[in-house]
Each structure stands twice: as C-alpha cells, then as structure tokens.
Design a protein around this ligand. Sequence first.
Ligand SMILES: *Cc1c(COP(=O)(O)O)cnc(C)c1O
Length: 345
Amino acid sequence: MNLDKLVRPNICKLTPYSSARNEFTGSASIFLDANENPYNEPFNRYPDPLQREVKKRLAAIKGVKPENIFLGVGSDEGIDLAYRIFCRPGIDNVVAIAPSYGMYEVCADINDIEYRRVSLDDNFNFDPDTLLAATDENTKLLWICSPNNPTGNAYPIDMILKTAQAFNGILMVDEAYIDFSSKGSMIAYLDQCPNVIVLQTFSKAWGRAGLRLGVAYASPKIIDYYNKVKYPYNINAITQEKAIEALENVAKVKAWVDELLDNRSLLAEALEKMSCVKHIYPSDANFLLIRVDDPDCLYNFLCKQGIIVRNRNRVEKCAGCLRITIGTKDENAQLINTINDYDRK
Ligand SMILES: *Cc1c(COP(=O)(O)O)cnc(C)c1O
C-alpha cells in the first residue's frame, strides 16, 4: 500500500501551522514566545499541542508506541479528520456496515463524500467479500464498528484482519465499546496492518464523556497526517490533566467494567421474563438491544416515568427495537420495575 497515494494531494503537500510550542520544546524559565498573559490564574499557558504526557501513559497501558497515537476532541475528531485527510469532496466515497454509528454518515455529508451502506444480515453479521464488492477505485474508507452500535455485537478479529488485507484503502475500526467485549482489540495488529485506523474513546468504559477525548491508533505515518491537519491546540489543558488522572487509575475502570458486565447479565435475565420483550440480542457492549411488542408505546411509557432509553424502531434492521444502556444496579432495578408495571397494564 502506498499511503501517500491514498491521501488527498492538498493534504500530502500541506505545510502545517507551526505553533510557538511546537518550535521550542526544551526547558526554559522565561517564555516570551507565544503572546500569552504572563500572570498564571492558572491556564494562562497554551497546552502541549502533542499531548506528550497523556500519550506516554496511554501507550504504556495499551502496549503501543506514543507515535501510534492521535488524541482528538472525542472520537468525532478522529472520524472527521479521516475524511479530510483521505477523501476528495465530490469525488471519493466510503463504504460502511449498516446500521452503525450515525456520525460516519454525518461527517461524510459534511465533507461531500458519497456514503455507501452495506446491510448487515439478520444476526447483524457481515460478509467481508460483500463489503469489499461495494468498493471501487475511489473508495478511501471502509467503516467497521466492533462492538457495533446500535446492534451490540463484536466481530471476530480474523474477519477484520481479512477485510483489512483485501482492501486497498483505509479500514476504520471503531472500538468505542472494546473494553466490554470478549473479542480482542485490533490495536494488537497495527504493525501488520498499515492501512488500519482504530478508534477508541474515554467516553464509555473510562467514564469521561464530559472531557471529550477520543483516540486514534495507527501507523506513525498515518498519525503524522492527523497531526498535520488537526487544530494546533485541539486538546485543552484541563482535559489533558484529567486524562492523566484517569490513566493513573486503570484498576477503577476495570472494576466498573466487571460490575457493568455483571449488571448486563442480570438485566438481560430480568428482561427475558417480560412478556413485552420478544428478543434480546447478544451484547459485547455496555448496552442491550431488545426487540419488543410496541417500541414507541414502551418508549413513551418509560419517558413518562423519567426513564430515557434510545428508540431504534426507525433504524434499518432494528424495527421493533429499543437500545438500553446498562446503568447502576439501582437504575436497572427501577427500569425492570417500570417495565413490569407496563406489562401488567
Ligand atoms: C459513543 C460512541 C463513540 C464515542 O464518541 P466520542 O466522540 O468519543 O464521545 C464513538 N463511536 C461509537 C460507535 C460510539 O457509540
């Protein structure tokens, strides 16, 4: 694969903005280079444009090198920049499994890129050959979300590897829910997959949705392109500080995940007994997709009781479905009680 050929010509030859903090990175005692206010309130200084400390710690935890990491304002930045780096507006296209996460298509529309959806089968699986058959010489990105949102299932690593090897563009693997999955992460295969970008996030298992911090893992060459195109100081100082705190307490995340997986089984068991629930799809994520008798009616009933779930009734392949995030034991018990009331009504 020739990466430079996949990249848009204007991005390939782009001279990126060079910030004061990029040009001088040594240690000094007096900084008069960035027109900052010298009085520290705090936050008078620009943050590290390359988030070196966060990446160093994250790399150690994930078993990759800091050069394999891009940090963005949520996964959304990692998604949008992929379009801006690789896809020529009005010319190129992308292919994605469907249904999947809505931002892939929104970002395609914003960037004027044709979005080709390939429907999953009734068990929410896909066939790599069918996916590849939807590509052509202008297909730059292929989207696989694993575990997938909203269906909840994860795909076997060998299927994803096979797809990556057979594709001449960039395979985007969104692993926002990977911490809840029994299937492995693609970041272990980055070295053998120069055309793969893996997206993860601090928003789900890591419990930091409010910080807005997403991660893209890829070859150093791809990460260089991300760094060229991103806003110079995309990750603010508070987010960097709080991310380091989060990374100092991996055990807490592990404990949350264990508890949520336990809560997921308990919730599934309880839902199985409800007469309005027709099917519970297997989940590798921190949510359950369930098929019910009358999704709009149950959704509205739950809303009136102050319980908000996600109505997926109008999503391709998800007619009849609600998506329920796994909450605390107490929240899940209240949900179960309320659906019991609905059943008796
Ligand atoms: C929640 C979610 C994300 C996370 O997005 P952030 O911008 O990092 O909060 C990414 N991908 C999928 C599929 C998601 O469901």
